[in-house]
Design a protein around this ligand. Sequence first.
Ligand code: GLN
Length: 450
Amino acid sequence: DYLDHIDRVDGEIGAWITVDRQGALRQALRIDERRQKGEALGALAGIPGGLKDNLCTVDLPTTCASKMLIQYTSPFDATVVDKLRDAGAVILGKLNMDEFAMGSSTENSYVKPVRNPVDPGRVPGGSSGGSAAAVASGQAAFTLGSDTGGSIRQPAAFCGVVGLKPTYGAVSRYGLVAFASSLDQIGPLTRDVTDLAYVMNAIVGHDHRDSTSAPVDWPDFRDSLRADEKGMKGMKIALPKEYFGPGLHPEVKASVLEAARRFELLGADVDEVSVTTMEYALPAYYLISSAEASSNLARFDGVQYGFRADEFEDLRDLYVKSRSQGFGKEVKRRILLGTYALSSGYYDAYYKKAQQVRGLIRKEFSDIFRDYDLILSPVAPTTAWKLGEKSKDPLEMYMEDVYTVPINIAGVPAISLPCGRDASGLPIGFQLIGKAFDEKTLIKAAYTYE
Ligand code: GLN
């Protein structure tokens, strides 16, 4: 059914880069055989899902939606892929994205742009736009995305689905093509919070192959799927007033405040707080993420991986031509920004400063979490924009990330939930931000709200 549905609807949406019809049917048959033999099956047995195309798979290409990797197939599976297979999930294919996960609209894909299923004239958000659009249009029961500065939460909000960026270290990054290693996390996108809890159960956990993965004893997230009679009583939620200032579209603001009001009605204490570091998060994010990207992407040199220019004079020329032809405009912009920020003459002024700001942001979040269980804020200042509308000015696109990037800098988890629609019927989302490694509370609050 899912494969046939993809055939019918994805021509218009463009969510997939690779659909693995044969492989998916094989996986499903294998699970069905095991079921008939009475073997114990995982919690996701037979559930069809999709993977953002920056997650490595041995049986399908991993393109990162870049000309650089368009022919590349990994020699190993990402840890999350192993874990999904262990849980019995059926992997339908690989999903479209902004090239190397750089962008907020999925227009930076080398393959094709993704269109928002709610209004195909509009973007689905990004960079996990394919992952969000696939779930929103019923082409997958769940998908995985990656979130470095909002790339799961913002497309989830734009397409009207649920998305979680887990705590840094909760989900192994082994086999995720790195963008900014100190910020990247893999997470699920689903239709509702119940589905999300099942997918989270499958993918969290310590992995010795990722040195930043945390050795934590994770609870069963299905335990968070109980509406208890206390509702949200005793829960303290902070509303940071800087997240509701100028720049936030009035319809988005009204809808997100309505969500806060609903938590109050459910018994939570909701207080306004101040986050003074807010205005520094975006510049710090673009410095740190670009610096790390410039270093991570140095490996794509035309020798070891992927694309190589046809004609070149010597080794240097091979590097220059392969990189010039293989990377798209936004990726080159980040590499140049990052290389500049890391260069010896400017290191102290930019990269070091940004790291100091990072320390302040982390401290401010942990101070708030001494008094509060959760923080509630918008996901993005606007709803989905028209294709092409923000492509001319990169800064305008970067501004869309203002509410999501502080969470990656702080390393804490945040879930994006639908809370309404604007006058044109476009979905609006809000995010609940939790304490590090307290996904349990986050999922419980999200479930109670939903
Ligand atoms: N939009 C942000 C960027 O372009 C975040 C991307 C992401 O989370 N991968 O960097």
